[in-house]
Each structure stands twice: as structure tokens, then as C-alpha cells.
Design a protein around this ligand. Structure first.
Ligand code: FAD
Length: 318
């Protein structure tokens, strides 16, 4: 089922959903599944599974020489999607990246998703492959998410890369894209970034998922901007409850977001992480209540391997 259909069928009721990260290579999937199982109480219609770039690592050998390795620390997105659908009967939404793929590889990956019965994809450019600081597409790969949106939208019309060579049965993906209420960190200003978001929608994106935020006014302003610009697609807020004191400085640094003063003061006053986690739960619950009153279609939680605090939040809302 398409996410846009779930939203329509919900008739104004706010749905609950989550995002999971594949475990480190070699780890069991059991822990991930056990971790999210309690959250099924809140009937998520869909669960996102992130995709992770390859990393370039230098390994020092005993003889002192350096070996260059390309490795992926968190592979398995597709397998996890399949397990989630199988175990929970819930739609899985794989994240599909520009980075690390040629257009042909992307086309084949999307065919795998199509045959697996996956109806939704979250289309992203992807982060730079570590340790690089800037994003570089693979030769004949996409540089921006908008180009990948266009490729998926073309496949939905039965237009594949090499017309006349392959069969042309259309796919029918519902396409999600990312957006940043507080601006993507590379963009010179919000307006420039916003123009590119409009491009992703114009090329066929069906819904938006936002970067996490701790200040609801940033989301409300962003939705207003979108609606004024004629963007009518659902705008799903992404949420992450703070769970350690350290995250007060880490999250703004990684995700370029503003932490409201009241929240900063409350977390700074905590003596330990147990207290900080509790403040994180309370703050996020309050955010969710306001967002529900505003009429958001879905509350989308970034679990990052933890579900206990999200369970506590959701049980106060659903
Ligand atoms: P784009 O929309 O391509 O934008 C990237 C930058 O380029 C922006 O600054 C934009 O303003 C600019 N830009 C866009 N189009 C053009 C153009 N035509 N010309 C010039 N500049 C342009 N990363 C992962 O690696 N794996 C994941 O699973 C993952 N999941 C995510 C889920 C969500 C909900 C979010 C919000 C982010 C996620 N990310 C993930 C991170 C994401 O890949 C990075 O934030 C990445 O840097 C940007 O991705 P994007 O799709 O927003 O890129």
C-alpha cells in the first residue's frame, strides 16, 4: 500500500511510524526485530529502513604497510525490509540512495524492490562516503536526489533507461523525499534549498519526510512555506527523542538544528543520562501533542536502535 493511501484512509487521524538502521555487519537481525516489536502496539502502517554508504578505511598491517579497504558497515537494507514485511505484515520503506550507484544499478535495485512487493521508496542523495566530506556520485550515477526521483517516476511510466532494449512494464512506486525545515547544511540559504525541494516535488515526489527538529515552530514555518509555494503533498515530521546529555551538542553538530533555550536549560540541569532521557521523553511528547493538534499526517520516529523511549512517548499519544 502507498503511504499516500494510508494517509488518505486515516481520514485526518495521525499515524505512527518509525525508521530503523541496519545493524553492524555480522550482527544478528533478531535484536533489531525484538527491539521494534513492542512498537507494533501503535500499528505503524510502514517502517523505513535506512541505507548506508560504503566507507574508505586505511588498515595498518603488522608489517607496517597500509591496506586500503572499501567496506560497508551496515549492509542488509533489502533483507531487513523483507524480514519486517514477513514478521510484522507491515510495509517496509527502503531508503534508496544516489551515492554509490550507477543509474543502471539503481534501475536493477528498484526492480528487486518492485518484485518484493515494496510500494514505497524514500529517495535520497545520501551522505558523502566516509572519510570524504563532499558528496561525489559514481560515474553515471546521480548527483542530486531530484534526478533519482525522475528516474523512479520514469519507471512508473514504463520508461526505463534503454528503451527498446528492456521490457517496459511500469512500476508503481510511491516516492518520498527528504526536506530540512532548518535548511540542508550545504545550501547557501533556505531559499536556494527550497527551490531544489520544489524541483523534487515537480519531478514526481509524492510525500516529504523532514529532518528531525526540536523546535516545532521550525516545522510549522516550513509547512507554511511549502503550502504557499503550492506544495500540496503530505509533510511528515521526523522526530527523535533526546536520550543522553551529550546529544545536546552532538545532534545540532550532525544535523544542523536549533535546540530551544528552555530545552537546553532543562537538559543541562540534569545530573545524569537517566534524567536527560526523561526530559527527552517529556519534550518529545509535548512536541507530538502540538503536532497532532496541528493535524500532521504521521509522527515518524527515528529509533536509532532504541525503542523504549519511543514506546513511552507513543503510549501517551495513541
Ligand atoms: P538533495 O535533495 O539532492 O540535496 C542535497 C543538497 O544539494 C542540498 O543542499 C540541496 O539544496 C542541493 N541541491 C539539490 N539539487 C540541486 C541542484 N540541481 N543543483 C545544485 N544543488 C542542488 N543518508 C543516507 O546515507 N542514508 C539514509 O538512509 C538516509 N536517510 C535519511 C532520511 C531522512 C528523512 C533524511 C532527512 C535524511 C536522510 N539521509 C540519509 C541523509 C541525506 O542523505 C543527506 O542529508 C544528504 O546530504 C542530502 O540528501 P537529500 O536527498 O536531501 O539531497
Amino acid at each position: 500500500t502507498k503511504i499516500t493511501d494510508y494517509i488518505q484512509q486515516a481520514n485526518g487521524k495521525t499515524l505512527f511510524s518509525l525508521e530503523v538502521i541496519p545493524p553492524l555487519k555480522g550482527s544478528s537481525i533478531k535484536e533489531l526485530l525484538a527491539n521494534i516489536e513492542p512498537l507494533m502496539d501503535f500499528k505503524p502502517p510502514f517502517i523505513d529502513v535506512t541505507y548506508h554508504r560504503e566507507e574508505y578505511i586505511e588498515q595498518m598491517l603488522p608489517d607496517g604497510t597500509v591496506k586500503h579497504i572499501v567496506t560497508r558497515k551496515r549492509p542488509g537494507t533489502l533483507g531487513i525490509c523483507s524480514s519486517i514485511m514477513h514478521k510484522f505484515g507491515v510495509d517496509a520503506v527502503p531508503h534508496v540512495l544516489c551515492g554509490g550507484f550507477t543509474r543502471e544499478e539503481t534501475e536493477d535495485f528498484l526492480m528487486d524492490l518492485h518484485y518484493l512487493g515494496i510500494d514505497n521508496v524514500l529517495v535520497l542523495r545520501g551522505d558523502p562516503a566516509k572519510p570524504y566530506k563532499t558528496f561525489k556520485p559514481k560515474t553515471n550515477g546521480h548527483e542530486y536526489a531530484s534526478q533519482l526521483v525522475e528516474q523512479v517516476a520514469n519507471m512508473n511510466k514504463g520508461q526505463y533507461l534503454h528503451e527498446g532494449v528492456e521490457a517496459l512494464a511500469p512500476t508503481d512506486f510511491c516516492i518520498g523525499v527528504a526536506a530540512y525545515p532548518e535548511k540542508h547544511f550545504e545550501a547557501v540559504d533556505f531559499d536556494v534549498d527550497f527551490e531544489y525541494l520544489k524541483q523534487k516535488i515537480a519531478l514526481g515526489a509524492d510525500y516529504i519526510v523532514t529532518q528531525m527538529f526540536f523546535d516545532n515552530s521550525k516545522y510549522f514555518e516550513f509547512v507554511k512555506r511549502c503550502r504557499e509555494a503550492g506544495i500540496t503533498v503530505p509533510i511528515i515530521p521526523g522526530l527523535k527523542p533526546l536520550s543522553t546529555k551529550k546529544q545536546l551538542s552532538v545532534l545540532p553538530r550532525i544535523f544542523y538544528l536549533h535546540m530551544p533555550d528552555d530545552f537546553v536549560k532543562a537538559v543541562e540541569a540534569c545530573e545524569n543520562d537517566v534524567q536527560a532521557k526523561q526530559i527527552g521523553i517529556e519534550w518529545c511528547t509535548q512536541q507530538c501533542k502540538e503536532l497532532m493538534a496541528f493535524g500532521v499526517p504521521v509522527l515518524h520516529f527515528y529509533t536509532m536502535g532504541k525503542s523504549e523511549n519511543i514506546y513511552k512517548i507513543a503510549s501517551q499519544l495513541y
